[in-house]
Design a protein. Sequence first.
Length: 269
Amino acid sequence: MKFLSATLCALAIGMTIGSEITLAQGSNPLDPTIPRSQVLVGPTVGITRNYHTGGFRTIDDPNCPVFEQGSGWGFLVGMTAEFQPSPNWSIIPRICYDTRPGQFTQNLPDAQVLLPGATQPVNQTVETSSDITYSLLTAEVLYKYEIAKITKGLRLSVQAGPVFSYVLGGKNRQVQDLIEPQNARFVNQEQLPEENNGRRLILFDGDIPERESIRFSLKAGAAVEVGLFGNAWIMCPGVFYDYGLTQVTKAENWNLNSILFQVDFRRAF
């Protein structure tokens, strides 16, 4: 009896110690998986396809065309985090440096011109273009909801939320190019800066007039979570649409909307 009592006591002590070790590892027989960390942090990178629409005229001249549509490719880089208060939804903040350029091009009406020494007029074809550089410091808070668990290491989610941006810089370079005839050059009576042996006039090169310093937008899209390095990291490629709520300038109906191809890399800390 003494031996049996001692054996039972030893088993009880062993089971208690084993249970404490198992609980310390975050698992038990009813739920053997270790819970996912609720805080993840890492870098984010991406490219942007930007659409400038509406209409603006850099030079206050009736002969200057109104640019209505332009597009361009940009990039973004920054940091992201994820706070997961529940298994199916979480909050994702991001801070990024973001470029949103655009290029506008319009052809001016052809005109008949007479070249020096010529007796017959020829068509003059002139093209005017405007290159926009636009850079932002963006801060966003997106709500994420997991809609499907495709496999053990693959999850699909949707995200949406507001974006606040501080405009770091915005410049416009507007030029006028003489396309045809090839052997002609502009008569530059206003002494504007020239390029391409007088076949290009630089009409404007500087900051966007009356540029807004703050931009607000709404961002929404879908992303996939993929485990990396034995699920130590999570890679989250996604496609998002950023809809601008504010104008680029104070005086004109100039909108900026973008499609973002973005990849987050997050790790538990």
